[in-house]
Ligand binder design. Structure first.
Ligand code: SAH
Length: 397
C-alpha cells in the first residue's frame, strides 16, 4: 500500500483543479512542508477539508505532482493504471493497424490520465520514461499492468528524475526479452535505427512524424535541403526519400556524423551523395553566406537552450536572429521549416519571432502550414502547455 496524505489546496487552485487542471504546483498547496516522501498519494481538499481530487507527490520541473482522479472512492492502484493503459491502447488503434508505421507514443503522461510518465512504442518494445522519483514508485504496478493488458517483447526505461528532466545513466532494460540494437523501426515507410539502451535518446524524435511526412511528400522533390541542428539526420532522410536533389545536415555533436550515416544507410541511400557536417550551425551560416550558397528548403529545429564554445542559444531570445540567418541563405520562393519544442511560449509568440525577422530584413513571407503535436502525443485539453511543439512552414515571397 502506498502512503496517503491529506493536504489542503488554496482557494484559487481548488477551483482550477476541480475544473480539470491536472498539475499540482507548490503554489497550489497550503502546507507544502507536509510533503515528505515522493510517491505519496495526495488527497487534495479545499480549506474546509472537503474532497477535491487525488494525485501523487513527485517533484518535476513542472510542479510537485499530478492529479489522477476527481472521484473520492477511486483507488490509485494497479487496476487504475490498467484502465488508463487500456484507454491509451484503444486510442492508438489506428497506429497499431498502420502497416507503414511502428514507432509512436503509446502513453503521453497527463494527456492519457497519468502525468509524469510516458511510454513510447518501438516495434513491440516499450520505452517508459519516468519524470520523477514519485512516479517511479509506481514502476512495479505499471510493469505488472503492462503484462496484463498489452503485448510486447520487452520493456526499457529512462529515468529523468532531476527537476531539469536530466537522464540518469543506467542499464535501461526492465522486463521481457532484451532487444538487439539498432532496432529498425518504420515511420510512414521510412526506416530508422533505434537504440533503447544507449543513453538518454533513442535516435529519433517521434513528435516530428507529421513534419517529416510533409517534407517527404510535399516539399522535398527536386530541392536542395539544409537541415540544421540535424542530430541523427531524420529530416534529411525524409527529404532524401522524398526525392530531394541533395541534403546537407549540420550538427555540432561528433556522434551525429556516424548516426546520420547510419540512418541513410538503413534506407539504402548512399550517404556519400549527401553532405553531413559536424560543425556549429552559426559558423555554417557564415560559411554559406561567404560562399553564396542558397537552399530551397532550410530546416531549423534547435534545442530550447544550447551552449557551444562560441555561442549560447536560447529559443525565446534568439529565434528571430536564427530565422534571419536562415532567410539569408534561402532561395526566393524557398521554404523555411521553423520548429521549436520550447514549452515556455505559445504559437502566437512564435509567429511573432518569425514575423519580426522578416520585418527587420524588409522581406515578405507566407505561412503555408503549421503543425503541433500529432494525435499519439495526446494533450489534456485543460493543460494546453503540454502541447509544446510548434512548427511553421514559411515560404519566402
Ligand atoms: N532536428 C533533430 C533534433 C535536434 S536535437 C531531429 O528532428 O531529429 C538538437 C541538436 O542540436 C542536437 O543534436 C545538438 O547536438 C545540436 N546542437 C546544439 N547546438 C548546436 C549548434 N550551435 N550547432 C549545431 N548543432 C547544435
Amino acid at each position: 500500500m502506498k502512503k496517503e496524505l491529506t493536504i489542503k489546496l488554496n482557494d484559487k487552485s481548488k477551483v482550477e483543479i476541480a475544473g480539470g487542471y491536472p498539475l499540482i504546483t507548490k503554489d497550489s498547496l497550503e502546507d507544502i512542508d507536509s510533503l515528505k516522501e515522493e510517491g505519496t498519494i495526495l488527497k487534495l481538499t479545499d480549506k474546509q477539508g472537503r474532497f477535491v481530487a487525488k494525485g501523487y507527490y513527485g517533484n518535476q520541473n513542472k510542479g510537485v505532482g499530478w492529479v489522477l482522479t476527481r472521484k473520492a472512492e477511486e483507488e490509485v492502484d494497479q487496476a487504475f493504471i490498467e484502465r488508463k493503459l487500456i484507454d491509451a491502447l484503444r486510442r492508438r488503434r489506428d497506429f497499431f493497424n498502420d502497416p507503414d508505421t511502428n514507432a509512436f507514443r503509446l502513453f503521453n503522461g497527463e494527456g492519457d490520465g497519468f502525468g509524469g510518465v510516458i511510454i513510447d512504442y518501438y516495434d513491440e518494445y516499450f520505452l517508459v520514461s519516468w519524470y520523477s522519483e514519485g512516479v517511479y514508485s509506481f514502476k512495479e504496478q505499471l510493469v505488472a499492468a503492462l503484462h496484463n493488458v498489452a503485448d510486447f517483447k520487452g520493456i526499457y526505461e529512462k529515468k529523468r528524475f532531476d527537476t531539469k528532466g536530466q537522464y540518469i545513466e543506467d542499464d535501461d532494460f526492465v522486463a521481457g526479452e532484451r532487444g538487439e540494437f539498432p532496432l529498425i523501426v518504420k515511420e510512414n515507410g521510412v526506416n530508422f535505427a533505434i537504440y533503447l539502451n544507449d543513453g538518454a535518446m533513442t535516435g529519433i524524435f517521434l513528435d516530428q512524424r507529421e513534419v517529416r511526412q510533409a517534407i517527404k511528400e510535399k516539399y522535398a522533390e527536386g530541392k536542395t535541403v539544409l537541415n540544421t541542428f540535424s542530430y541523427t539526420g531524420a529530416f534529411s532522410v525524409a527529404a532524401a526519400i522524398g526525392g530531394a536533389a541533395k541534403t546537407t545536415s549540420v550538427d555540432l555533436a561528433k556522434r551525429s556524423n556516424a548516426k546520420t550515416i547510419e540512418q541513410f544507410s538503413v534506407n539504402g541511400i548512399d550517404y556519400e551523395s549527401q553532405d553531413i557536417l559536424v560543425m556549429d550551425v552559426f559558423n555554417y551560416f557564415k560559411y554559406a553566406k561567404r560562399k553564396e550558397l542558397k537552399f530551397d528548403i532550410v530546416i531549423l529545429d534547435p534545442p530550447s537552450f544550447a551552449r557551444s564554445k562560441k555561442y549560447t542559444f536560447s529559443t525565446s531570445k534568439d529565434y528571430t536572429n536564427l530565422m534571419k540567418e536562415a532567410i539569408a541563405i534561402t532561395e526566393d520562393r524557398g521554404v523555411i521549416v521553423a520548429s521549436t519544442n520550447s514549452a515556455s511560449f505559445g504559437m502566437k509568440k512564435f509567429k511573432g519571432f518569425i514575423g519580426r525577422a522578416f520585418k527587420d530584413l524588409g522581406r515578405k513571407y507566407t505561412i503555408v502550414e503549421e503543425y503541433s503535436l500529432p494525435p499519439d502525443f495526446r494533450v489534456d485539453p485543460k493543460f494546453s502547455e503540454g502541447n509544446y511543439l510548434k512548427v511553421l512552414f514559411v515560404k519566402l515571397n
